[in-house]
Design a protein around this ligand. Structure first.
Ligand code: GDP
Ligand code: MG
Length: 163
């Protein structure tokens, strides 16, 4: 079986955009409107001759039940069960969020391999918004713009090294 790579993170950080970017836009489910629940998506992807199955667990984003972070928690539980590597996406425009910290704690405790992806960075000359994400304790954040495809090749280089 191919290694499994799960994309997790809060709603609207750009998980589905990154998923589409990596799998080559074969599917396009990007939600501008919150509140739409989708199933998890699995698609095979390949980079530098390495194949893997990419999972977008974002359908769980909005299964909230009074508890703000419940959907994200569920995503992470599933990713811990089934993934070899977790891509943990944060929104560098929005800045560090308490839910990011909670998610990061779960990921750190799982001892799964994880890459911290700081999305929505279109301007690589001003990366100061990256620094606060070091506090998540998941290593160096990898800046990308999933929407523009900026630095996603570098992200994939790092990813396939872990597979
Ligand atoms: P998800 O809920 O985490 O799956 O997030 P989506 O992929 O649905 O994206 C949420 C919103 O963020 C959409 O309006 C996207 O167009 C936008 N978005 C995603 N990636 C980027 C990016 O790299 N830069 C910017 N500026 N917006 C992005
Ligand atoms: Mg999504």
């Amino acid at each position: 079986p191919k290694p499994v790579v799960a994309i997790v993170g809060r709603p609207n950080v750009g998980k589905s955009t990154l998923f589409n970017r990596i799998v080559g836009s074969r599917v396009a489910i990007v939600e501008d409107e919150p509140g739409v629940t989708r199933d998890r998506l699995y698609l095979d992807a390949e980079w530098a001759g390495r194949s893997f199955t990419l999972v977008d667990t974002g359908g769980l984003d909005f299964q909230e039940n009074g508890e703000i972070n419940r959907g994200v928690r569920r995503q992470i539980e599933l990713a811990i069960q089934e993934a070899n590597v977790i891509l943990f996406v944060v929104d560098a425009r929005a800045g560090l969020n308490p839910d990011d910290e909670e998610a990061a704690t779960l990921i750190r405790r799982s001892e799964k391999q994880a890459i911290l992806v700081a999305n929505k960075i279109e301007n690589f000359n001003s990366q100061t918004q990256l620094y606060e994400f070091y506090r998540l304790g998941l290593g160096e954040p990898v800046p990308v713009s999933a929407a523009e495809g900026l630095n996603t090749g570098d992200l994939l280089d790092r990813l396939v090294e872990l597979l």
